[in-house]
Design a protein. Sequence first.
Length: 300
Amino acid sequence: MDGLHGEYEHALRTYLRQGGEGSLKQGYELGRRALSEGRGILDMIGVHQHALETVLSNGHSKDDVLRPAGEFLVEAMSPFEMTHRAFGEANDTLRRLNESLESETRRIARALHDESGQLLAAVHIQLRQMARSVSPAVQLNLDEVESLLEQVEQQLRNFSHELRPTVLDDYGLLPALQTLAEKFSKRFALPVSVDGKLGPRLTKSVEAAMYRVAQEALNNVARHAKASRVNIRLWRSPGEFHCSIRDDGVGFDPVIARGSRNALGLLGMRERLNVLGGTLQIESAPQQGTELKILIPVEA
């Protein structure tokens, strides 16, 4: 930081002495440099404070210095302001994209469930009518076809539920997660318990994001954890929604995992939560299991 301190002080002195847009632009360029080096706003305030104290200690009066020094600081902070706005706009865009994807997913799920169900029901009727006018041997073949159609129907119902469970729209997050846990337990022979008391329903965006995060977390457990049980716990505090997803599996080192291909699932969870102002904290260690701690700010 010494180099930045020195250059900032020199640029500030130049601006105080000469003024003008050219020397003011130096503040902007120093702000860009600090941002590219990963400096934060508090770092820049500290640099400015140090430079200002040095200038004042050399006999300059506060009346002559404070106002132009403030102008110089504002210019140096401009890159941070622009980045903050860009981040907010990107977050808004991602939130709208997630909402659009959820809406489209809901539409596809209903089409799978309703429209394909109607078509398959019509096929069943036609097969039964055909069975009345064919030989017993052909009837057996038609029975086998009907059995295969019933399997197709079941698969389509499963796909529809995985895409967008109607219980999430109709009853809310807790019943939806309980249904998800039940299906997951049957599929992988891995007990999953869901505990919680949420009170009033959360917003649709929070419910959808949290359901997708839990879905991805359970998929990760099935693929990597080698766990014998999973517990999902939900609760609310004033202005906040909390969720803990804990397994007793093999665990991992979160620092090492950041660079692995398996981290894409965790990255997707974080992105969903970031859009809502939420956070994801991972607590894990080899042979110590894993706990995901989720916090999302919510309105009363």
